[in-house]
Design a binder for this molecule. Structure first.
Ligand SMILES: Cc1ncc(COP(=O)(O)O)c(C=O)c1O
Length: 377
């Protein structure tokens, strides 16, 4: 049986309810939401709203309209970053960020639109909020931090960094790609102005889904203008939420599936979290017991998402991930689109192997995986 330990890239398998909801959207109310007044179009619009409300409930957003449907987490991060910044702004992010933050910021910096400071994590893999504070300038307009590293799984002190942002008045963006659906998230308690997330990872929705929470009173420049089905006589993009940021036909089947994923997660979050933590702990301990394994993830299970990152002897990460793939075990080697994290770990050349668990994995799979790794030593 194939073993899927690549859930940090996208979750698999999706609950049956997710697949059924996506199929239902394409068969029972396959119409353009928010455009027409006929039965199917109204049902489609209700579905888009229903998913928005479920997402808002999961993150404790004060208003469902402040949750914008996006096409993935990268899309949400682009909207948050490009929509927030002005010429001359200074931005603080961390070296742990994914390229969907790093490249957006580095491109703006290369065009001399902004200046950028990338704060390194401490040697234990966690960012020190004091180091964020030390990087502040009077031009700092945005602080961006990943909720959990997609390389090591290390859960960052995002609430404490939120306090730093609040005190200095900078906007605060959290990249929740490896957190939402895998642990409780409360955007109000985190004091963030923006929280970006994918729908296709721990929320268990289809690919092509994601979202951005935007706090009340925060106005972004939209990335796209176009049809919204509202205020059609105006040449200008409507101001209202969510239309201001949602131009064009949305991914209705994806959003319907995402709604079912949110319902599944809302009902089962405590069990999912415990199960994934225990699986990852078994992986970690099994690997730690083998001579010749280098581990890069935090040792304490409460400090990491369901990710265990390692290397085997002096093999390259792709040798290991290829050998596992031949045994039908899916993991990810290489740099995981997060070169800064690998620079810090000293693995920029060989990369590292990332095993990431999900709600449907089992302890038998962990045992088989450990056996397969042991055979490489
Ligand atoms: C931390 C982090 N941020 C952003 C992304 C981008 O997510 P998406 O593929 O949904 O655009 C990922 C994807 O792996 C991620 O791990």
């Amino acid at each position: 049986m194939p073993i899927y330990f690549d859930n940090a890239a996208t979750s698999h398998p999706k609950p049956k309810a997710v697949v059924d909801a996506a199929v239902r959207a394409m068969t029972e109310f396959n119409a353009n939401p928010g455009r027409s007044g006929h039965r199917a179009a109204l049902a489609a619009a209700r579905q888009v709203l229903d998913t928005r409300e479920r997402l808002a409930g999961l993150i404790n957003a004060p208003d469902p309209m402040s949750v914008i449907h996006c096409f993935n987490c990268t899309d949400a991060l682009n909207l948050a970053i490009k929509g927030s910044l002005h010429a001359g702004d200074h931005v603080i992010a961390t070296q742990l960020e994914h390229n969907s933050v790093l490249r957006v910021l580095a491109t703006l910096a290369a065009r001399e639109r902004i200046t950028l400071t990338l704060v390194a994590p401490r040697p234990d893999g966690f960012v020190d909020p004091g180091d964020i504070r030390a990087a502040l300038t009077d031009k700092t307009a945005l602080i961006a931090c990943t909720h959990a590293s997609n390389v090591t799984g290390a859960i960052q002190p995002v609430a404490a960094i939120g306090q730093v942002a609040k005190q200095c008045g900078a906007r605060y963006l959290i990249d929740g790609a490896q957190a939402l659906g895998a642990m409780p998230v409360d955007v109000q308690a985190l004091s963030c102005e923006m929280y970006a997330f994918p729908g296709h990872k721990s929320l268990l929705g289809p690919q092509g889904t994601g979202g951005l929470y935007i706090a009340p009173g925060v106005r972004l420049l939209p990335l796209r203008e176009g049809g919204t089905g509202s205020s059609s006589d105006s040449m200008l993009q409507p101001d209202e939420l969510p239309e201001r940021y949602e131009s064009g036909t949305v991914n209705l089947p994806g959003i319907a599936g995402l709604g079912a994923g949110c319902a599944y997660v809302a009902e089962n979050l405590a069990q999912i979290m415990m199960h994934e933590r225990e699986l990852a702990q078994a992986l970690y301990e099994g690997l730690a017991a083998m001579e010749g394994i280098t581990l890069y993830s935090p040792a304490r299970e409460a400090e990491r998402a369901g990710i265990v990152c390692f290397n085997v002897a002096d093999l390259s990460s792709s040798q290991v991930s290829d050998a596992l793939a031949q045994r039908d075990i899916a993991v990810r080697g290489g740099l995981h689109c997060a070169p800064g994290a690998h620079r810090v770990l000293g693995t920029l050349r060989r990369g590292a192997v990332r095993a990431s668990v999900g709600h449907a994995n089992t302890f038998e799979e962990v045992d088989q995986f450990l056996e397969a790794v042991r055979a490489m030593l």
